[in-house]
Ligand binder design. Structure first.
Ligand code: HEM
Length: 397
């Protein structure tokens, strides 16, 4: 059926930076469709919520089977998952067991005081040096960087360098040479950091990973892959979302005011913005069918890749009423899929939630009169990168 129609070029674009293409509306009404990314094999695309959950939780779809395949991707070189996102079954449970307790709700709650302090310091510094200010470079980026680096136990020295490497590695328009150079520089940095922590253990996540290595619960490669995965996953995602959420709120001053007056609504507003904002820009880790299987009205053959578009599923009208509208007061009909679903559900979701909530609460509470300093037409968006977000968010107050 769908196999005969030519694959659609993916990702679909939209005129508005944080909107979804209108194409999705029609796609959700039909069976799974075929899509073609700039590189790699064609894939099936899942856009409906029920199909997304079915694929993400089914043992008949394998993430690890993508290793060594010509995976659908945005760049000529591969950006497949490492660590947790490339393992399954007992190996995945073993790796997850090593890190999961550091991300439990209780452990993350213990970070609340430090997170609040860091956030407040950044707000104080913004106020001392401005107006104007840039909420990406002066707020969102340093906040998420400090929190994840502190949690891991990465020393202060060299943090700027690693951020540059990560920004380059996450961009789509970086040349293959630059990508390799930055990736190598990043690896050297990680090696130095791991060695430093081996010599000087502390009470941090990296020390625990090293201990797990010594006890034979991790291989050396796994130690590096996990550290890298946590650093990338923990830094870039949160800082882009803080920026995106602030942008949405700044465009609607009445929302800012409402959240200032009802701070207890901030947690719910964060969940709704997580549902609504499509963060990944073409970066989806494909699942491979391990046998012929029917999904969403299409027969997926054994060995074929399936891409689950979680942003599209989050706006499925079969699940969410008025799904295309951001409703800060929404009583959600179902949990959003922005942190994934099933075995690979995001390890850092509690950290992300707390950080997003504290960032909004502190900024709104201490900066009355906060407003965008440029018109919409003056905003520059990262269209050529793995994650969506503004380059900068200039504000006045
Ligand atoms: C707003 C912030 C974040 C978003 C939207 C997000 C999103 C996701 C999603 C969608 C997945 C599942 C991918 C898949 O199944 O294909 C995932 C997995 C993962 N995330 Fe996050 N994430 C965020 C923050 C974080 C943070 C703060 C960390 C770590 C400190 C983190 C670490 C990970 C790891 C290690 C996995 C792999 C889990 C596994 O395979 O078992 N993420 N994330």
């Amino acid at each position: 059926m769908g196999e005969q129609t030519p694959p659609l070029p993916y990702p679909f674009t939209s005129d508005e930076p944080l909107e979804l293409s209108p194409l999705y509306v029609g796609l959700r009404a039909g069976p799974l469709c075929r899509v073609r990314l700039p590189y790699g094999e064609d894939a099936w695309l899942v856009t409906r919520y029920a199909d997304a959950r079915a694929v993400l939780s089914s043992p008949q779809f394998s993430l690890a089977a993508g290793t060594g395949r010509d995976q659908p991707r945005m760049r000529p070189y591969s950006f497949s998952g490492t660590g947790l996102l490339s393992t399954e079954g007992p190996d995945h449970s073993r790796l997850r067991g090593v890190v999961a307790r550091h991300f439990s709700a209780r452990r993350i709650d213990q970070m609340r005081v430090r997170m609040q302090e860091v956030t407040q310091e950044l707000v104080d510094r913004l106020q001392e040096s401005g107006p104007p200010g840039d909420l990406v470079q002066d707020f969102a980026s340093p906040l998420s960087r400090i929190m994840i680096f502190d949690l891991l136990g990465v020393p202060e020295k060299g943090r700027d360098r690693v951020q540059k490497c990560l920004d380059a590695v996450l961009g789509y328009n970086v040349s293959a040479e630059d990508f390799t150079a930055q990736a190598e520089s990043y690896l050297t940095y990680l090696t130095d950091v791991v060695e430093l922590r081996r010599q000087k253990p502390r009470e941090d996540l990296l020390t625990c990973l090293l201990q797990a290595r010594e006890e034979g619960r991790l291989t050396q490669d796994e130690l590096f892959e996990l550290t890298s995965e946590l650093l990338i996953g923990g830094f870039s995602t949160i800082y882009h979302q803080i920026s995106n959420f602030l942008y949405l709120l700044l465009r609607r001053p009445e929302w800012l005011q409402r959240l200032r007056e009802h701070t207890s609504d901030i947690a719910g507003a964060v969940e709704e913005m997580l549902r609504y904002v499509p963060l990944p820009n073409g970066l989806i880790f494909p699942r491979y069918a391990t046998q012929d299987i029917e999904v969403g009205g299409a027969l997926v053959r054994a060995g074929e890749p399936v891409l689950v578009d979680m942003s599209a599923a989050n706006r499925d009208p079969a699940v969410f009423s008025d799904a295309e509208t951001l409703l800060l007061e929404r009583e959600p009909e179902a949990p959003h899929l922005s942190f994934g679903y099933g075995a690979h559900l995001c390890v850092g979701r509690q950290l992300a939630r707390l950080e997003l909530q504290i960032a909004l609460r502190t900024l709104l509470g201490h900066m009355p009169g906060l407003k965008l300093a440029v018109p919409d037409s003056g905003m520059r968006w990262k269209t050529e990168a793995i994650l969506k977000g503004p380059h900068e968010l200039p504000v006045h107050w």
